[in-house]
Each structure stands twice: as C-alpha cells, then as structure tokens.
Design a protein around this ligand. Structure first.
Ligand code: KIV
Ligand code: ZN
Length: 386
C-alpha cells in the first residue's frame, strides 16, 4: 500500500445511469466510454449485463472498443449473472467481473432471509466462479457501511482467499460519517489476513452529502480505489463525484495520493454527461457547477479582483472551465462595478463610479442580476450628461 496511486473506478454508465429518466442507449454509452478513457479513468463499469439485452450489448461494445481501460461488468452473486457478464466482457483487453452480495444484517435478513454463514458461502462461490473466467475479480460487500465489522472482516478475508483482486466496501445507503468509514477501512487493513493481496475500494453514496468526504477518508485510511460518477449522479442522492475526488486529491499533495485523471477535461466531460443524460448540474455543484467560479458579494469581489487566490482555491483553467465571473447583484461593490464597466470599454474615474453606484443599486434591487445591457444604459446616461 506504499504507492499513493488512487485507481479511479468510473461507474457513470452503471450506478450513474440508475438515475430515473437518464437511461442511455448503446451508442451514447460507447461515446461516453471513449471520453472517459480519454479522461484517464482506470476502470470503467460499463453496465449490468444480465439486466437486459441492451445492457449486455452496451458492455460488449465497450469491451470491444476500449484498449487501455479495464472494462467491468456488474453481477449479483448468482451463477447466471456471472456467466452472462463473462460472455459480454469476452472481447475486453482488460476485463473485470464485479460480483457481490449484501453484508449488513439488515440486507441478510430482509433481502436474503438467510444467515451470515450462507452469505460467506455464496460470496466465495461467486468469486471462485468469476475467477474461472477472468483474472481480475472485484467483490462488493453491499451495505458494508452498516455491516457488523467482525463479520465484514471475515467475509472480506474469505473472498480474498477465493481469489478477489479488489474488495469493495460500499456505503450503499450513504450512512457513515467520514471517521466511521475510515475506521472501517483501517480495521480491514489491520485485521484481514492477506489484505495486501487485494486493493480496497471505496464506493460511497451521497444520502447525507458525505460521499466525497467518506471516499477521501477511506483513501487516507488505506483504500486505493475510489468508485465515482461524473457530476456525482446515481441512485437517490447520487454517488461520489469524480471531479470532487480528483480535485481534492490534487489540491492536497500532503496526502501523498494521486490519480491518472486529466483534470483539464473535467468541465468538458461534465457538460457532455449532463447533455447526454439530459440531467442538469446544480449551479452550486463543486468544481463543475455554473457558479463554481462566480463571485457575487462585494467583499469577495473586491478581494478576488485584488488577487484571485483570496477567494479561489482552484483556477478555472485547471479544470478546463471558462474564466471566473464577476456577477453584479445588489450585494456587489464599487470595484466589481468598475471592473465590469471596464470590460465593456468604459474607463470611468473613481468619482464617476461612485456616482453611478447609487443608480446601479436601484437597478440591482429591482433585478436578481445586473446584465451588460443594464450597465450600458447606465453608462450612456452618464455619457450624455457629460
Ligand atoms: O451501492 C452499492 O452497494 C452498489 C454495489 C452494487 C457495488 O452499487
Ligand atoms: Zn452504488
């Protein structure tokens, strides 16, 4: 675990596509898969082959297309799922089967109506079967976030002995706090025999808005794969957001972690996924939201115009975004107003800006945002008096 490389496992096309109304066809999936490979993700979860003929076809086409990225197909711990996934993944240069089963007592009782012992038996059988088809098998312990820790460790130890190369510890319901999730990973690192034979993976959902924090906490505790989606899309409140993980790691070199993702492509791919899935990105979304590089209050604008780093920890060009925006509202100050006038070609003196400011506030109080057209009207009025 000495190397700090975090393998980025993108599940936009599988867990991400589980967003209601965001279904993609094969052509759209292959196009996004090519873009994700270009972005630099290490593993791409292409779908759940047994779930439908369309998903089988998508996984199969992606397996034929990608040459550098591991292509992964999801299964339950069910023989037919695994056989079908293996078939879909046949053309892949780097195939991975992702199999697993519920691990919390809640899932064991209500989903499977069985015992912990039976869960281990099914997990081991599924892992062994998958290893007959591919050398790279990832096992997921669904709802590990709420699972008993001693049992989770037994389960993980058993699947590693059965040949799992990656062990996924999903916080399926987005329940954990970051320190709790980190403690889970640390416990596995310290208590599971042969844990160094497998990569530990974080798969966190965002029900409490903690998915990225939990994934980073897991990586600090020793996990070396993070499962995530572009724009954080996915079931309910979504999955860990790829762009947040990549930039958090990039902005904190003291963690001694790194990814192979080209951050300059993040804005472009975020927009592409949003358009293809017809799912808008919330304006205040970290890294890729429309407001991520907008400054609207006078105090922030004044600081930003003196020195960008006073209010920006990321420069827009680092993630391929447009330039930062100075948005004019009733909270904006004189320096922002002067800056925006200057951009429109009006080089007013300080006194002129002072005089214009009161008129500007009247317009700003009446509107949510003052546009260039409004500024031109104000500026021309001053020019006609002069
Ligand atoms: O959230 C989850 O537990 C999953 C598994 C299928 C990996 O998506
Ligand atoms: Zn999930």
């Amino acid at each position: 675990m000495s190397d700090g490389k975090i393998h980025i496992f993108d599940t936009t096309l599988r867990d991400g596509e589980q967003v209601p109304g965001c279904k993609l066809n094969t052509e759209e999936k292959v196009k996004l898969a090519v873009e994700l490979e270009h972005l630099g993700v290490d593993i791409l979860e292409a779908g759940f082959p047994v779930s439908s003929p369309g998903d089988f076809e998508s996984v199969n086409q992606i397996a034929k297309t990608l040459k550098r990225t591991t292509v992964c197909g999801l299964t339950r711990a069910v023989e037919n799922d695994i056989r079908v996934a293996a078939e879909a993944l046949k053309p892949a240069v780097l195939p991975r089967i992702h199999t697993g089963i519920g691990s919390s007592d809640n899932h064991i009782k209500y989903k499977f109506n069985t015992t912990r012992e039976n869960i281990i038996e099914r997990a081991v059988a599924a892992t062994k079967l998958a290893r007959n088809f591919v050398p790279d098998v990832e096992f997921y312990a669904e709802d590990a976030g709420r699972a008993d820790l001693t049992f989770l460790a037994q389960l993980i130890e058993a699947v590693i002995a059965a040949g799992a190369t990656v062990v996924n510890i999903p916080d399926t319901t987005g329940f954990c706090l970051p320190h709790q999730y980190a403690e889970k990973i640390s416990y596995l690192v310290n208590n599971v025999k042969n844990i160094d034979k497998a990569i530990i993976s974080c798969h966190c959902h965002n029900d409490l808005g903690l998915a990225t924090a939990n994934s980073i906490a897991g990586a600090i505790a020793g996990a070396r794969q993070i499962e995530c989606t572009i724009n954080g899309i996915g079931e309910r409140a979504g999955n860990t957001s790829l762009e947040e993980v990549v930039m958090t790691i990039q902005k904190h070199p003291e963690l001694n972690l790194y990814t192979g993702v080209n951050a300059k492509e993040l804005t472009r791919i975020s927009r592409l996924v949003s358009e293809t899935m017809r799912m808008m990105v919330q304006p205040n979304k970290a890294i890729v939201g429309d407001n991520a590089f907008s400054h609207s209050s006078g105090i922030h604008q004044d600081g930003f115009l003196k020195e960008a780093t006073t209010y920006e920890i990321i420069a827009p060009e680092e993630v391929g975004a447009d330039t930062s925006k100075i948005v004019l509202t009733a909270r904006s100050g004189r320096s922002a107003l002067a800056f925006r006038f200057k951009k429109l070609g009006y080089d007013f003196t300080r006194d002129e800006v002072d005089a214009l400011y009161q008129q500007f506030l009247q317009v700003a109080d009446a509107k949510k945002e003052v546009a260039d057209e409004d500024l031109k009207v104000l500026a021309e009025a001053v020019a006609s008096i002069a």
